[in-house]
Design a binder for this molecule. Sequence first.
Ligand code: NAP
Length: 284
Amino acid sequence: MSAILLDGKKLSDKIKSEIRNETEILRSKNKKLPALSTILVGNNPASETYVNMKIRACESVGIKSKLLRLSEKTGTGELIDEIGKLNEDDDIHGILLQHPCPPQIDERKAFDFIDWRKDVDGVTTVSFGKLSMGEKTFIPCTPAGIMLLLREYGINVSGKHAVVVGRSAILGKPVGMLLLNENATVTICHSKTEKLDTIIREADIVVGAVGKPEFIRAEWIKKGAVLLDAGYNKGNIGDIEISQAAAKSSFYTPVPGGVGPMTIAVLLRQTLDSLKENFTPDGL
Ligand code: NAP
């Protein structure tokens, strides 16, 4: 049987269309609309691009967006004061601190000042703790997007061996926890892992979360494995050597158009959910 492409573009369009319908109903009833506040510290050009993309995405589905620009010289104290004001603001439902901040900022301290009930990007320690304990909370957007794709295509991970390559706080660790919560047997690999190829050869599910082009070789992939590639490298290349690996898999995400588009869709979904005090996208 030929491999099935996990179409993240199609699913993200469906999610965005559902959000648009919901905000139109709120608007027609003169109810409060969801609002996302994005904080941008400094002038990093890549961050500017990401923030603009998120603002346009909000507008496209009827979510209000508010951009708070802070100077390159902002200190942790000043940033935390601003986050505190947004925590208290009843008209703001989601807070997103664009990463990376300038080096003088204690980014972990700043993230952890965000009220977890407005942490629609899933970056706080509280959110991670709740996620790990299987409690309702907001989830880092890319891992949540991966789980929604699995669900959409009816892929049951229970009892399967999932190998996650990468252990970052926003991607590798949380996706590992989410797979574990769904009863997968999870191995999380990192730069010190020995015999990575041997581990991947045993995997029923492989998650690429490394940030190195085609790092996971097709020859390591077991026949029928599910391939989920979160990596996004220059030239639209993922972390898995998908041109060769797709044919061996049962399901695979393309790059682009797989995991990538799900990230913003989840951010928008969680912002609307925050207004409704409904944590976790679609009850994940
Ligand atoms: P990151 O913070 O740089 O983490 C990379 C991880 O890869 C680290 O845990 C690192 O291990 C591990 N690693 C590095 N070299 C390795 C090796 N030789 N063998 C095994 N593991 C190795 O990156 P990230 O933020 O998680 O992002 C990873 C990728 O996902 C990037 O391509 C990024 O662009 C993409 N991404 C996409 C989205 C999206 O919206 N689609 C969102 C987030 C990230 P150590 O911990 O030991 O250093």
